[in-house]
Design a protein around this ligand. Sequence first.
Ligand code: KG4
Ligand code: ZN
Length: 358
Amino acid sequence: MTSDAAPELLLSIESTCDETAAAVIRRDGTVLGQCIATQETLHEQFGGVVPEIAARAHLERILPVINTALKQADVCGEDLTAIAVADRPGLAGSLLVGVVAAKTLALAWSKPLIALNHLHAHLYACQLIDGAPENIYPAIGLIVSGGHTSLYVCHTAIELEYLGGTIDDAAGEAFDKVAAMLSLPFPGGVEVAKLASEGNDKAYSFPRSMIHDPGDDFSFSGLKTAVRYAIAGPGRQDFSTLEISDQVKRDVCASFEAAVVDVLVSKCRRAIKRHKNRNKSNANEANRLIVGGGVAANQRLRRDLQAAADQDGFELWIAPPHLCTDNAVMGAIAWKKFEAEQFASLDLDITPGLQRGF
Ligand code: KG4
Ligand code: ZN
């Protein structure tokens, strides 16, 4: 590639949890190469992500994954304009692998380094939808992932104000734990959603925790316990020996999914309304909801959010299903940091970000 015609190219690296991913993204948003290595088979037998195993697997995969993305894009290190990596939040060992790889390549190839907030990147996936406004911000942002359930006012792609979030389990975590109780394959969210689509969502009356709370916090651990009681009763239980009929599984999944979705939709509607009233002088401010994270792939959530948007008159953009779960393409947000000249130094450290309000 000659330097005259050289487009500006970003290498984006993602390793916050159990997906090792890299993408080469042009400044105009075109994805030239991308690769994701999943680790599902490694964690399957444990029914959840084991941090040490995840870190070791990232270590084995990170360079092949980056190489594949570069090869697909037909570029080499010298062609890059910048290197971006998610440095927060996530599993410490997993984050470390991505951050060390990015710093090393930035040093070796003399490229600027950009540090990304993985959650902001999840929301930025909405900006990548075909037909999205050129600037999708400002908006109210809902993150629903395996580790987070949070609401933000997103002033810009990279300036976000935390409104509230889960005080215990994340929505995705609840999906995964219910799947484990029902002995469904890992990762559980997709399996629970699949069974839910064939079940009766009124078969069980599960709690909609904090749905009437005027704040923006969520709680899903009571719901998880209610599911446990419904299928096994209180006390110690070896779920692998429980015999649960297929119909009960379908009905539990449908009723559980309905409870999660009702809470998420209701909280979003309230946050949008509140912000619309607060910003009457600027009607556009936050009359738009953007949604990202693994659980945003859930069909019932997408359908019910759309119904709420139609009824309440707000604009809704949900990340495309293939960009809901972890990927490096949403790292295109790094171009916004590039434009704002927000570069990281080579002593960049990870921020696992376990505290609330992140
Ligand atoms: O965003 P993500 O890939 O990882 C984190 O950053 O946490 O989200 C993964 C989560 C898992 O909990 C998974 O079970 C859930 O998203 N998930 C779903 C669906 N697809 C993935 N939950 C409900 N319905 C789905 N269709
Ligand atoms: Zn994620």
